[in-house]
Design a protein around this ligand. Sequence first.
Ligand SMILES: [Ca+2]
Ligand SMILES: [Ca+2]
Ligand SMILES: [Ca+2]
Ligand SMILES: [Ca+2]
Ligand SMILES: [Zn+2]
Length: 415
Amino acid sequence: MRRPAEAAGPVRPSARMPVARRTAPLRPGRGLRLGLLAVSLGAAGTLTAQDFDGDAIPDAIEEQGWYVAAGGSPQRQDVWVECDYMPGTVRKRPTVRRRAEGVFARAPVPGGIALHLSFDDAIPFEAQWGDVGTAGGFMATFDRALEERDRSFDVAPFTGADAETMRPYVHYCVYVESIGGGGVSGYSFGIPGDLFVVAVGQYRGEVRPGLLRAGETGILLHELGHNLGLTHGGAAPLAHSPYKPNHLSVMSYLYAWAFVRLDGERAEYFPYWDYSRAESGLLHEKRLREEKGVVVPEAVTVADTPRGDRLLGLFYCADDTFRAFFFNFRLDFDCDGVVEPGRVKADINRDGARSSLGRGQDDWSHLIFGTAGLGASRSPVLLDPLTELRRPDVERLVRTDRALRTTRITRPERP
Ligand SMILES: [Ca+2]
Ligand SMILES: [Ca+2]
Ligand SMILES: [Ca+2]
Ligand SMILES: [Ca+2]
Ligand SMILES: [Zn+2]
């Protein structure tokens, strides 16, 4: 649907809205974040709008009856996303919605975070949408995404004047069959940002159906994570490195489509995702300790599922495969078939160098809510298109999936 003419809402931030955030306890013992949002009103000067819950949506909006009726709250962080879709590219939309909202509900803050994901309009099917394979093609793809937003963004679930008020606070997303340029499975147009694309339909028939369905949620969460300020590698160094095995986040390519769990004597991908929730141990590729493996807090190796599934890690071997491993247990980092005492060297993040990968970041505590011009921006693109999850990554995922399903695993004794 065509967006209605511009209309002034109760609070209308300028495109260069400065955002000041700080953390403070909501009330003793609660530990919720309190943010202050400075709203520039141009010639009228700068006013300060209260943002009690720190989600970058001012209290003046969140306290309105229509906002609360839609499920929002001035006392809980809200993330609003509208997705439109080409027919066939996202089959079970209620499932994707339930799964994605569940990930945010489990966020490690009191009461979780409320993700409000609306699947709205079907848009015309095109086998290939855009092309991020070249610099010029990439800009054209960005323009294409902006065009699609201008045409189809309804700020769901809001309507009328409320939608105009909420336009700067709702992320827009499109599910397309494929983005040209190397099989990119999704794309975010900014870190942080307000616009992203999911393109996993192209892998129908190549990825088994259950795993394809998982990708429909995983890639949404991955691209939305970019919009919320997260990078592939988390903390420096190598904040954009997408293959850090100690970064247990849907932001890593290793864990973007789904996590791997131990199921009896087999490992398998299963529909579970998370942004990382703890810092993990330092890894240095010149000083890898095979007798220690990848050290992470034990609690984060157990999934928040009814049966408390044991999560396994994945890492990259020099033979271009991903291999599953147990966290906090010995690991043959250099893939020579032997767990050596002392230290070994190996390029486990596929960047051609042996260097420090640093620690895994706690992503949940690094979310950036709201950006200048959310919903209206034609912002610069910060994500290098040549580094987003592409066909070779998906091919590795498929090979890993096969290997996991045909290999029996002996659960190791805890040291
Ligand atoms: Ca707020
Ligand atoms: Ca809120
Ligand atoms: Ca070894
Ligand atoms: Ca490396
Ligand atoms: Zn990415």
